[in-house]
Design a protein around this ligand. Structure first.
Ligand code: PEP
Ligand code: MG
Length: 571
């Protein structure tokens, strides 16, 4: 039986399933428990957890460095603290309650004390306590804890979803693919899979129910098709497909070092999207001509506290230096919506995607914004930096953000700290209001980068994470295409360049249309770059202009997509 999902990262994966359970922990109180037995349960679970943490800590230290491993050291400290575990033991002894209930109550007590403290450092410790006690609780309850950092064999991960920390610690050499229940092409798990060049399918609804540990599975990350327990015939077919995929990948190597130029001489820039400095390796491997989007929020999400100016400076410098003078667009903090920080309390909102997020948060919390801008300007000495603001919806916001940049530059000047005076300032066009007034905004920036992931969701009022209405989330919607064309026209009229860093920029069916509209820079998952170059090198700009006019004369997304299907099939 073929199960259909959303193809999120290309590649054919063939292997054994490992299900990451996301089982809810149900903690019940049992009075009159056998005290001795409960004490043993607790101490066994603590010992297993300690051994695991020690292992992970060593591994992360060797692979990612001392600093990255410190979080696990902090977890070990919690388990070694007699006040903490001792308190749970006392509760078992004094109240004859079960181990998980005792530990959970002590956790709640400590977490609420730490969270109420007027000190960032202490508040972060609350997150450590939660994390580490949950690990012990899972052991007491017998819920499987998979240690992604030390997998014994190659696996295909099946999960409801994967978190950034799952992917950070995961042993990539052992993970052949991801299959998840939730997500769409532009959800962060999908983007992560493409960055890591791991085949993936998302939005499979209930794959965690259908799949079992150890079962054999094959899937096509491009088509979004999964077969559990395939027949020999199916295995042979997929093995052939896998070979063809590898051969095609090899042939793309020949395009390395070549220009991205149409046959009639239009040169464009093919850049990559990244989430961490480690991704630079993938960019170089795929011959990226720059970075069109560095999503700095991962620096904040992979941490237990707001990253300091120094930590940020080092990360930005690593990317600028790593790319050897090629242009680097670094986007300022885009948190909120589906991207949360465990240590930064945000109010519950009815519509988080329309809420307190990204530039709105930064303009409100200028302390956070300034720390980032200081790090950016300091790093500007080490390469060609372009700063970009996310989620701008009006001229006022753009001017306010630019004003904070000016303030930061003055501060640095006063302190005698060097920064480059050649930093371009740009903004994302991902909100329809910004697209509509792009003629006004273009006068105040050096460049635009169109964020189709959000532009589609806001233009069509369709949540990009909601599977039920994903049929409405379509890059070929004529309204979206008209906005894209308008933005490019308005920017060019002001002599400004336009890039695109939403997922559409790397889509084979979108690239011809975007070339026709005159897009200057395409920024995509590194894995898509050489394929995009092959396409661009094989068409003429003037033909693509005609194609894009034909496209704009069509009335529905369906007509446009089938026009593009034909175009690609007949090449
Ligand atoms: C976008 O919205 O298109 C974009 C590139 O940003 P993100 O996917 O991080 O929201
Ligand atoms: Mg966005």
């Amino acid at each position: 039986m073929v199960i259909k999902g959303i193809g999120a990262s290309p590649g054919i994966a063939i292997g054994k399933i490992l299900v990451l359970e996301n089982t809810e922990m149900i903690i019940e109180k049992r009075e009159n428990s056998d005290v001795e037995k409960e004490l043993v349960k607790l101490s066994d679970a603590v010992e297993i957890s300690k051994a695991e943490l020690q292992n992970v800590k060593e591994k992360v230290k060797n692979e990612l460095g001392e600093e990255e491993s410190e979080i696990f050291g902090a977890h070990l400290l919690v388990l070694d603290d007699p006040e903490f575990i001792g308190e749970a033991e006392n509760k078992i002894k004094n109240e004859s309650v079960n181990a998980e209930y005792a530990l959970d109550s002590v956790k709640e007590m400590f977490v609420s004390i730490f969270e109420s403290m007027d000190n960032d450092y202490m508040r972060e410790r609350a997150a450590d306590i939660k994390d580490v006690t949950n690990r012990v609780l899972r052991h007491i309850l017998g819920i499987k804890v998979v240690d992604l950092s030390s997998l014994d064999e190659e696996v295909i991960l099946v999960a409801n979803d994967l978190t950034p920390s799952d992917t950070a610690v995961m042993d990539k050499s052992k993970v052949l693919g991801f299959l998840t229940n939730i997500g769409g092409r532009t959800s962060h798990t999908a983007i992560m899979a493409r960055t890591l060049e791991i085949a993936a399918i998302v939005g499979l609804n209930d794959i965690t129910e259908k799949a079992n540990d150890g079962e054999f599975v094959i899937f096509d990350g491009d088509k979004g098709e999964v077969i559990i327990n395939p027949t020999q015939l199916e295995i042979d077919l997929y093995t052939e497909k896998k070979k063809a995929f590898e051969i095609d990948k090899k042939s793309l190597e020949l395009l390395k070092g070549k220009q991205s130029i149409t046959i009639d001489g239009r040169v464009v820039e093919l850049a990559g999207n990244i989430g961490t400095p480690n991704d630079v390796e993938g960019l170089i491997k795929n011959d990226a001509e720059g970075v069109g989007l560095y999503r700095t929020e991962f620096l904040y999400m992979d941490s237990n506290e707001l990253p300091s100016e120094e930590v940020q400076f080092e990360a930005y410098r690593a990317v600028l230096e790593g790319m050897n003078g090629k242009p680097i667009v670094i986007r300022t903090l885009d948190i909120g919506g589906d991207k949360k920080l465990s240590y930064f309390e945000m109010d519950e909102e009815m519509n988080p995607f329309l809420g307190y997020r990204a530039i709105r948060l930064c303009l409100d919390r200028t302390d956070i914004f300034k720390t980032q801008l200081r790090a950016l300007y300091r790093a500007s000495m080490f390469g060609k930096l372009r700063i970009m603001f996310p989620m701008i919806s009006s001229l006022e916001e753009l001017l306010s953000a630019k004003k904070v940049c000016e303030d930061v530059k003055h501060e640095l000047e006063k302190e005698g700290v060097a920064y480059s005076d050649d930093v371009e300032i740009g903004m994302m066009i991902e909100i329809p209001s910004a697209a509509v007034i792009s003629d006004i905004l273009a006068k105040h920036v050096d460049f635009f980068s169109i964020g189709t992931n959000d532009l589609i969701q806001y233009t069509c009022a369709v949540d990009r994470m909601n599977q039920k209405i994903s049929y409405l989330y379509n890059q070929f919607n004529p309204a979206v295409l008209r906005l894209i064309r308008l933005v490019i026209k308005n920017a060019h009229a002001e002599g400004k360049w336009v890039g695109m860093c939403g997922e559409s920029a790397g889509d084979q069916k979108m690239i011809p249309i975007l070339l026709g509209f005159g897009l200057d820079e395409f920024s995509m998952s590194p894995i898509s770059i050489l394929r995009a170059r092959r396409l661009i090198n094989s068409v003429s700009k003037s033909d693509m202009e005609k194609l894009s006019e034909d496209i704009l004369a069509l009335s529905t997304a369906e007509e446009i997509e089938s026009y593009m299907d034909n175009f690609i099939a007949n090449r």
